[in-house]
Design a protein around this ligand. Structure first.
Ligand code: ADP
Length: 452
């Protein structure tokens, strides 16, 4: 590329200088040829006369020939030491072309010397009957061209060297950055999630480092959450296992009557039931991954609410809690049926579990513009304001003793939260002033007519 630019620049300079030389040399040739106007024929005498009248033409050599190309005047003939060509044929290409009626100019540059030749016909009686030929050796312009070409070559080499140095520096810097990123990746792969790349800037490497740091932040957070989950889960599982151990030890070590033993065994059974429920909920939580579009179906929520009520009426009846339901028509959503069943079941079950005996649970199914809303409201114990922010966290329980007594695990609402999210819904909880708790779940409405 640099070589090409260099050649192009030096070509342009030469052309410009050649052009100026051509003009000056052809002007001189024209001056001589026009001096012969009115002359009947060219002779040695009149040609020498014209040249002497014109004075110093400041060229290297002047030749004037007749129509056949025989030299009538040679400026070198004035110089006694030079061989002259007077009387001989001028076997020169410019002369031949000029005798054909052309004005010609040739220029050649070599090793600091600019050689130029010009020739033009002398017209006598309307046809070329002679020729004027000038040649010039210009050391001044030759030196200018040489100087320019040397400068251009120096600039090109300078630029080339600069580019090589710049490429080397760039390669060293970028490979250094790449090495740092790779080392960081290795460290994170080994488990050092807290490692950060200290690389700033808005170039690709800076952005790559930024994205990498964000990724490690997420990895760190997810590893922390996973650890927390495992420690919480094992802690929760330990409690019923400890109860089972305590109860079975008591049975083995103490002499007890059949009635007490049956009571202890029943307690062991209910702790085992709790463990089973907890294991099921843990499984549901780990399975709550993303759903493919094709797996969703149009579900009428009023049917799901009726099914949930049917399942929970015995539990509500035990504590004389009234289940009430208000439903709008046309409440279809595109979702997984099992998911919405689980969501509504958990909310209504909680509304019964954390209610007062003789209380009420009111489920509302509402159509609001492009949304379907399920509201589960109870007249129960309510949730303290400072606990509302934590209610959807895993294993979180406001009143541990009450939850345990009600067979809770602290996982129900976090399952509800995950399932609502993966079905593009939203969930809110509030405690109305008059008491109790109200959960509101919103799903996008599925318009069957538009879908068809
Ligand atoms: P649990 O299995 O303990 O019921 P959840 O995740 O379903 O776990 O609920 C978490 C906690 O939120 C419960 O322990 C309870 O203290 C509180 N809670 C949930 N629903 C209600 C409600 N309707 N009324 C009052 N408190 C509730």
């Amino acid at each position: 590329m640099l070589v090409f630019l260099n050649d192009y620049a030096s070509d342009m300079t030469r052309q410009l200088l050649y052009r100026s030389k051509e003009t000056s040399l052809l002007d001189k040739v024209q001056l001589i040829t026009s001096s012969f106007s009115g002359v009947e024929m060219l002779t040695s005498d009149n040609t020498a006369q014209v040249i002497s009248v014109l004075g110093d033409l400041n060229v290297n050599r002047v030749l004037i020939t007749d129509g056949a190309g025989v030299i009538l005047y040679d400026s070198d003939a004035d110089d006694a030491s030079e061989d002259t060509a007077l009387g001989q044929y001028a076997l020169l290409r410019p002369v031949a072309e000029a005798l054909d009626g052309n004005n010609v100019f040739y220029c050649r540059y070599a090793s600091g010397l600019l050689m130029s030749y010009a020739a033009a016909p002398v017209y006598l009686y309307g046809s070329p009957n002679g020729c004027v030929y000038l040649s010039d050796l210009d050391y001044g312009l030759g030196a200018i061209i040489q100087g320019l070409e040397q400068n251009l070559a120096r600039i090109s080499w300078g630029l080339a060297a600069g580019m090589v140095i710049f490429s080397l520096v760039f390669a060293v810097i970028t490979s250094g950055k790449m090495r740092r990123i790779l080392t960081s990746m290795e460290l994170v792969r080994e488990g050092e999630y807290s490692h950060k790349i200290a690389m700033h800037g808005s170039d690709e490497y800076g952005r790559l480092a930024g994205e990498f740091n964000k990724l490690t932040d997420r990895l760190q957070a997810s590893e922390q959450a996973q650890r927390q989950f495992v420690s919480d889960a094992s802690h929760e599982l330990k409690t019923p296992l400890a109860s089972i151990k305590l109860l079975s030890d008591s049975i083995l070590q103490n002499d007890m009557d059949a009635e007490t033993m049956r009571e202890f065994v029943a307690d062991i059974g209910s702790e085992a039931d709790r463990l089973t429920r907890m294991a099921q909920k843990l499984l549901t939580l780990t399975k709550a991954e993303s759903v493919q579009d094709g797996e969703r179906e149009v579900v009428d929520l009023s049917r799901i609410i009726s099914q949930v009520f049917k399942m929970l009426i015995p539990l509500a009846d035990q504590r004389e809690i009234r289940l009430k339901c208000t439903m709008d028509k046309d409440c279809a959503v595109l979702t997984l049926e099992d998911d919405v069943y689980q969501i509504i079941f958990n909310l209504v079950e909680n509304a019964i579990k954390y209610n007062h005996d003789g209380g009420q649970v009111h489920v509302r199914l509402l159509r609001r513009d492009e949304e379907v809303v399920v509201q589960v409201e109870d007249t129960g114990v309510g949730i303290p304001a400072d606990a509302l922010d934590h209610i959807f966290e895993r294993f979180y329980r406001v009143d541990k003793a009450r939850s345990r007594q009600a067979g809770g695990s602290g996982l129900g609402l976090s399952i509800v939260h995950d399932l609502v999210e993966r079905n593009f819904g939203e969930i809110q909880v509030e405690c109305p002033e008059e008491g109790g708790t109200r959960f509101t779940v919103t799903f996008p409405y599925f318009d069957m007519e538009v879908a068809e």
